[in-house]
Design a protein around this ligand. Structure first.
Ligand SMILES: Nc1ncnc2c1ncn2[C@@H]1O[C@H](COP(=O)(O)OP(=O)(O)O)[C@@H](O)[C@H]1O
Ligand code: SF4
Ligand SMILES: [Mg+2]
Length: 364
């Protein structure tokens, strides 16, 4: 049994009209039928561009937002049906790390009090001296000095604040940590340090991770498997190596083709597949395959009117595309922007660069 099993998860946010008599006029289908498994001790990366529903999936797993439908089973317990004390006890075992460590830490609380609060709330230690010792231990584990306990969040750098956020998650000895864009707000030079820290902690404490990112480059090394999400659905799942070496879904293929390769000789001869257009609105998703409005491999049949199911193609590799076999066999080629069309390429890359976060990598 996997530690986490998510089946048919949907989160629809109602869109209402009217003040006195609120009428429901539609719904934002932020998450619309997601299946995921995470094995004990493994790291699952969840990637997709901004707005595709990654944070909503994360929060729904922890019941920080209420699922509209579907099931979330954690270590055999159905999270969607739990309430009160049972839910509180289960939540200790599932912790979340947020993108912006500053806004997720109470600025009026000292680091010592931020870290001791969850220890006391969950009755892990009662004795004051023991709580204090545990806080010092947690700080040491995340590479911060013991005297940090007496200081406040604003006295730390972004990377250090994320270490405090990690220590807070570890304080309650969780089994699963969901890290929602844990390094997206950090400078590139700091990102690797935080990712390495997460890896060391996983080893040391036998943790299971779901690491969310809009940047495939960030999750590559930390993830055992990667799930790619598009407009509320999972479109491809494979081991990290397999996904990078032989991506099957057109969306994944396009995302990977946009990551620059450090070797200029390879980079020059490479073909980039550019995604045109914006992510469609999850309040009015395209019919059929949700990716068809932007898909460089779109075909005249099936794509527009038949939703592709996630199906297995190869060992432990699943993909939701009607044409995956033909794409894999090289029978279908993308309608790509030719690399010779340098103006279009330059314009698209410039646009990616301006919308990219501080990391400077292409935004997915
Ligand atoms: N509380 C909410 N009410 C209405 N719409 C929401 C709410 N939270 C998220 N959304 C919408 O759901 C979609 C997915 O959002 P989110 O899960 O934050 O995506 P991601 O984390 O991948 O950027 C977006 O269109 C977003 O605007
Ligand atoms: S089903 Fe069609 S539109 Fe969807 S990803 Fe496959 S080729 Fe593209
Ligand atoms: Mg998010």
């Amino acid at each position: 049994m996997s530690l986490l099993e998510v089946r048919g998860l949907k989160v629809h946010f109602p869109i209402t009209e009217g003040v006195l008599f609120e009428r429901r006029i539609g719904a934002v289908q932020a998450v619309d039928g997601v299946d995921l498994d995470i094995e004990r001790g493994e790291t699952l990366g969840l990637v997709g561009e901004s707005g595709c529903g990654k944070s909503t999936v994360s929060k729904a797993i922890l019941r920080l937002v209420e699922p509209t439908a579907g099931s979330v089973s954690f270590d055999g317990h159905e999270v969607t049906r739990l309430g009160g004390e049972e839910l509180r006890r289960l939540r200790r075992r599932m912790q979340m790390i947020f993108q912006d460590p500053y806004s997720s830490l109470d600025p009026r609380q000292s680091v010592g009090s931020i870290l001791s609060e969850p220890i006391r709330t969950h009755n892990l230690e009662r004795d004051g001296a023991k709580v204090e010792a545990r806080v010092r231990e947690l700080l040491e584990v995340v590479g911060l000095p013991g005297e940090a306990a007496g200081r406040f969040p604003h006295e730390f750098s972004g990377g250090q604040r994320q270490r405090i956020g990690i220590a807070r998650a570890l304080a309650v000895r969780p089994d699963l940590i969901i890290a929602d864009e844990p390094v997206s707000a950090l400078d590139v030079s700091i990102q690797a340090q935080v990712v390495n820290l997460l890896e060391e902690l996983q080893e040391e404490f036998g943790l299971t991770y779901m690491v969310v990112a809009h940047d495939l480059a960030v999750v590559r090394h930390i993830s055992d498997r990667i799930a790619v999400m598009y407009l509320g659905r999972i479109v491809e799942v494979a081991s990290s190596d397999e996904l990078y070496e032989s991506p099957l879904h057109p969306y994944t293929i396009a995302l990977l083709s946009a990551i620059p390769i450090p070797d200029p000789a390879v980079e020059v001869g490479r073909r980039r597949i550019l995604l045109t257009g914006d992510l469609p609105s999850p309040a009015d998703p395209p019919p059929g395959c949700r990716f068809h409005t932007r898909c460089p491999y779109r075909q005249p049949t099936r794509c527009h009117d038949e939703a592709p199911a996630l199906r297995q193609l190869g060992t432990a590799h699943t993909v939701a595309c009607h044409w995956a076999e033909d794409i894999k066999a090289g029978k279908l080629k993308p309608h790509e922007v030719p690399v010779e069309d340098t103006d279009a390429l330059a314009a698209a890359l410039a646009e990616q660069a301006t919308t990219a976060p501080r990391a400077g990598r292409p935004r997915l």
